[in-house]
Design a protein around this ligand. Structure first.
Ligand SMILES: *Cc1c(COP(=O)(O)O)cnc(C)c1O
Length: 327
């Protein structure tokens, strides 16, 4: 099967496995894992933050951030189809006592006006912004627009967390440093098991004091590992080998869109949004192409490390045979 369901399906490459196999390791709970410590230093610098923390998943990174920034009874506000509201199983309410409030927003981007209009909202509340925004099709949130929404949140006294699970995709697509977006938020999450190709691993970066509180949450959630350097070595390897190549994924996504009659202008990163029809996923599977769900009424084909130009050519051929949208 040509697996375009998600960029999470990538398997570690031989180079990454070799880096993992030869990693220097120690007990992370004692902060003695040299590879994890090195990764944390590198990521704090790269994101322009005082400190960075390794966590097993980006879900845990988001939840640790909310627990560090929020206060029970206050709100977490985000676009209604962000990962933190739809895929983290009520975590903000369960772990942090936060009231979850979703906003309907074009391209996943709540406006300053939407933030200004919120009731009972201020210190102890957290605004979560997602870039790239998954459910709108991996779209990139322009820096100035994101900055305006951050300013509105701060005006109200709220903290700002950036769920940048795919921030490197945004950075490569926009030709900006990830730190440009990270600088605007209090804390930022990066996921390494998407386009960066690691089996697992995430980073939370922010002010040293906030990251210290997140470290406590990591213990609470059972996410403090022992020889975490095995994972951190894969993540360091990904920083060296799998960031710039995200541009290839983006180019392949555009080519796939063109090939199946979808406007390539709707492709900003590695997602191709496809209008859904009853039975379409199953018919594509019969032709050995896997696609995933984007949001109600829409599917997605996602390009990643494990699909090359040849697979894209084949996918175009097979999908043309099935899709009624093709030209
Ligand atoms: C995948 C994803 C996460 C969670 O990542 P895991 O490491 O799988 O927990 C968080 N936010 C966004 C936007 C994501 O796409």
């Amino acid at each position: 099967m040509i697996d375009l369901r998600s960029d999470t399906v990538t398997k570690p490459t031989p180079g990454m496995l070799a880096a993992m196999a030869t990693a220097a390791v120690g007990d992370e709970q004692e902060r003695e894992d040299p590879t994890t410590n090195e990764l944390q230093r590198r990521m704090a610098k790269l994101l322009g933050k005082e400190a960075a923390l390794f966590l097993p998943t980006a879900t845990m990174a988001n939840q640790a951030a909310l627990r560090a920034l929020g206060r029970p009874g206050c709100k977490v506000v985000a676009e209604e189809r962000t990962h933190v509201l739809i895929y983290e199983w009520g975590g903000p309410a369960i772990h942090s006592g936060l009231v979850m409030r979703g906003l309907v927003a074009e391209a996943g981007r709540p406006t300053p006006e939407q933030i200004e209009e919120l009731d009972e909202f201020g210190p102890g509340s957290v605004v979560v912004l997602e870039n790239t925004h998954r459910s709108s099709g991996g779209r990139v949130w322009p820096l100035d627009e994101l900055g305006a929404t951050v300013a509105a949140a701060r005006e109200r006294g709220a903290a700002v967390h950036l769920d940048g699970a795919r921030l490197f995709n945004a950075a490569v697509a926009a030709g900006l440093e990830p730190s440009a977006w990270a600088a605007l938020a209090d804390t930022v999450t990066i996921c390494f098991s998407k386009g960066l190709g690691c089996p697992f691993g995430a980073i939370l970066a922010g002010p040293a004091e906030t990251i210290e509180r997140a470290w406590e949450s990591k213990f609470l959630f059972g996410g403090a590992l022992r020889q975490s350097g095995i994972a951190s070595a894969a993540m360091l390897y990904a920083l060296g080998h799998n960031v710039e190549r995200l541009a290839d994924d983006h180019a392949r996504a555009k080519r796939l869109a063109e090939g199946i009659g979808i406007d390539p202008a709707t492709v900003e990163t590695n997602f191709v949004p496809i209008p859904d029809e009853p039975g379409l996923t199953e018919r594509l599977l019969e032709h050995d192409v896997g696609v995933g769900g984007l949001r109600p009424g829409w599917l997605r084909a996602v390009t990643h490390l494990d699909v090359g130009d040849g697979e894209i050519d084949q996918a175009i051929e097979r999908m043309q045979a099935v899709l009624s949208v093709h030209a």
